[in-house]
Design a protein around this ligand. Structure first.
Ligand code: GLC
Length: 749
């Protein structure tokens, strides 16, 4: 009797669950196909067109020119999306223009670059990656989503998941560094933070994985440049974070400006149709990057804009960001039979599907809530989250003789550096919605700590010019007038805190550098101050790894404070004075010199690795192979001991455990990292690959045992046919606090 009861219960539950699922998706599909059947070709092409915001929509309508044409296109249902329109009132007015005037009243989707915060700015994504704290990273994305959606937005052009090994490329600040495993975990966390479990909620928005693909491998680190990489690197390094976001349910992708192995990504059918929409089953839509469809002509790929529209549409680029190529040519290309109507139906359906899941057909104004916008933007709760994220992102790079933390005991402390007084630079780049000068400067953060005597001087000016995304700052390379005053102040002080590095707008899009040294005259300033007083703490402010080799050879303490966002000054001060024990670990290798770049930990062995006896091995005759600081590196105010590494295996599954003890005088957090090496394989594998990590809070004197389990999923790799395979054989299992100081055991699988 009982069996009958439970089997009936199971059938009932099964039908309820899956029928709901089936019902929901069939309702969605029915809605979309019904709507598509009513649409004209022009209206379908309209969905594939995205314009940037071009005027104050709450003001008088534009009367002529480009803006009037765009205005009319919106009213006539020929625009599917806008970007760079923000604010509940502006979005509402723009949405009304489309919904209340067009024939079918299809709502637009509003996108914006909410990369690391909307108004409350969190650390730049590369800094967040240094926290290795997936929960904090997810919450950071959620805070950004709650503020952006309150301002009417329902789509962000993030996460950027481009793996890069080249700090010359300015956009490394937007990503998660050099490792595909860490990059994949962080990418998924960011998608979850932005999209949540209910995309139709008015505090979540559609995420956008970008830039598909291999943008981080631009030659010479020069933005927008050629990317030429092999199949193994494409499958094993570049693609995994993109796939991780599809598995996390990301609703949109953005392709990239670069050409990959001769094919511009915007027109790359293999990437967009075979891999993304085919193998991976991605059911959202792909938006081109700004003007990248038109750029197919400039690349030398398309003969003219009409061919560019044809190639991009046929290759699976569903939406045209600001080329206007689809609007101008797609209808005639269909009439000429050069683009099949099914291509447009599919693209429009994908776009409508995202709008449907966002709830925009239920309520086009769902995200326009002026009250909510006022209440939550820059709220204390959001700023507290930003502060927590900032502290966790700080990496302690050097701390000789426990120079840090600084005690609060009547010391005379000099603070030197142009950046220390900046309320703009700590925000980093990609802060389009942030209020100007809304960061807590280092000076302000330190001033909250009484008990010492603080004095500030700028030292050398680093930059001048407008601190905006679209302007390039002028870096001072002549005016040394501030050095004398800085030296004088250093001589009169017990400790010198030097805040040096890059301004936030020296990294990001179109900000590649050919050197990685301290910009301007900062190195001269550092050496002059150090000579006057060697008790220097270098607080680095940067959007990328820098070759601070001289500083590492000389100054007793170095903190990498990246660009930490709104709460920057408070976070750094808490670390400087010991109210927070730093726990960050580098997501990207710091080179010893620019000549080593690209440099990364998961490199191959080559046939001529290190050989002490011979000259004929892979090295430089004038520089070490070793990085300044390796991937995964970061110190603490306490110390941790690793012991009892136990590795066992059965059926190609490896069980690993290790005990970590806090042997120092502070409670702290440690990121325990596990790496593997596949010693012999049909496609050569790196000498080590990160395959797991766990961030642990360990009190002083306490020990914790960490366990990892590795299966074929972690032990395998993609072969040159793009197939994921596992090959039994000799493996090294390595565990430790970074990619260099590792305990190792070798096993046979
Ligand atoms: C930019 C960037 C892209 C951004 C887009 C919209 O050029 O490459 O990352 O999302 O245009 O601003």
């Amino acid at each position: 009797m009982r069996i009958l009861f439970f089997s009936c219960l199971f059938v009932l539950l099964y039908n309820t669950t899956f029928s709901q699922g089936t019902d929901a998706s069939s309702k969605e599909n029915q809605f979309i196909s019904d709507l598509i059947s009513k649409m004209t070709i022009e209206e379908k092409v309209g969905q594939m067109t995205q314009y940037t915001g071009f005027f104050d929509i709450t003001g008088p309508a534009p009367i002529s020119g480009d803006n009037r044409r765009k205005y009319d296109d919106i009213k006539n249902g020929r625009v599917g999306s806008m970007l760079n329109v923000k604010g509940a009132d502006q979005v509402r007015a723009m949405q009304k223009l489309a919904v209340e005037n067009s024939r079918l009243g299809i709502p637009m989707i509003f996108g914006y670059d909410v990369i690391h915060g909307y108004k409350t700015i969190s650390p730049i994504p590369l800094a967040e990656a240094a926290s290795w704290d997936l929960q904090a990273i997810q919450r950071s994305a959620r805070v950004a989503a709650t503020e952006a959606t309150a301002a009417g937005l329902n789509w962000t052009f993030a996460p950027m998941v481009d793996i890069s090994r080249d700090a010359r490329w300015g956009r490394v600040m937007e990503g998660a560094g050099e490792d595909p495993y860490l990059g994949s975990r962080i990418a998924a966390a960011r998608v979850q933070g932005f999209q949540g479990d209910d995309l139709s909620a008015n505090y979540t928005l559609a995420a956008c994985t970008k830039h598909f693909a291999a943008y981080g491998f631009v030659e010479s680190g020069k933005d927008y440049n050629t990317a030429d990489i092999g199949t193994s690197t494409l499958y094993n390094v570049v693609l995994p974070p993109f796939k991780a976001t599809v598995d996390a349910g990301v609703m949109t992708f953005m392709n990239s400006f670069n050409e990959l192995n001769g094919i511009p990504a915007t027109a790359d059918k293999f990437l967009q149709r075979n891999v993304l929409k085919g193998d991976w089953g991605f059911d959202g839509f792909v938006v081109s990057d700004w003007g990248s469809i038109d750029e197919l002509v400039i690349h030398g790929y398309a003969q003219d804009e009409e061919h560019a529209a044809q190639y991009a549409a046929n290759a699976g680029s569903d939406m045209d960001m600001e080329s206007h190529a689809y609007k101008e040519y797609l209808v005639s290309l269909i009439e000429k039979g050069r683009v099949d109507i099914s291509v447009v139906d599919e693209a429009a359906s994908r776009i409508l599907r995202v709008k449907y899941r966002l709830g925009l057909f239920d309520d086009p104004y769902r995200y326009c809530d002026e009250t909510r916008e006022r209440e939550i933007t820059m709220s204390k709760e959001n700023k507290d989250a930003a502060l927590d994220m900032a502290r966790k992102s700080i990496v302690l790079l050097k701390n000789d003789k426990s120079f840090l933390p600084i005690s609060k005991s009547g010391k005379k402390i000099a603070i030197i550096g142009h950046l220390a007084d900046s309320e703009s630079s700590p925000l980093g780049n990609w802060i389009l919605a942030a209020d100007d000068n809304s960061a807590v400067s280092l000076l302000e953060g330190i001033s909250k700590y009484d008990g010492n005597e603080y004095s500030y001087t700028q030292g050398v000016r680093l930059y001048e010019g407008r601190e905006k995304f679209i302007y390039e700052l002028k870096i001072n390379t002549e005016d040394r007038s501030g050095i004398e005053q800085a030296v004088k102040l250093a001589k009169e002080s017990d400790i010198v805190i030097m805040n040096l590095g890059e301004h936030g707008f020296m990294s990001g899009e179109a900000r590649s550098r050919a050197t990685l040294s301290l910009p301007g005259l900062q190195q001269e300033l550092l050496e002059a101050v150090y000579e006057a007083n060697p008790n220097v703490v270098l607080v680095l402010q940067t959007g990328r790894p820098l070759t601070i080799t001289w500083a590492d050879d000389h100054v007793p303490a170095i903190i990498n404070a990246w660009q930490l966002g709104t709460e920057s000054g408070h976070a750094i001060a808490q670390v400087l004075f010991g109210d927070y024990n730093p726990s960050g670990k580098l997501p990207m290798t710091f080179p010893s010199s620019i000549g080593q770049v690209p440099i990364y930990y998961n490199h191959k062995n080559t046939g001529r690795p290190y050989n002490a006896d011979l000259v004929f091995w892979s090295h430089y005759i004038d520089q070490t192979n070793a990085p300044l600081y390796p991937f995964g590196f970061g110190l603490s105010y306490t110390s941790f001991k690793y012991e009892n590494l136990i590795v066992s295996s059965s059926q190609n599954t490896v069980e690993v455990s290790i005990t970590v003890t806090n042997t120092g005088n502070y409670d702290g957090e440690e990121v325990v990292q596990i790496y593997i090496r596949d010693h012999h394989s049909s496609v050569v594998r790196p000498i080590k690959e990160l395959k797991g990590f766990e961030k642990l809070a360990i009190k002083k004197g306490e020990s914790k045992t960490v366990k990892f389990q590795l299966s074929e999923k972690e032990l395998g790799f993609f072969n040159n046919q793009g197939k994921y395979i596992f090959e039994p054989g000799k493996f090294s299992i390595m565990v430790g606090p970074n990619s260099t100081d590792l305990m190792e055991q070798v096993i046979e699988l």
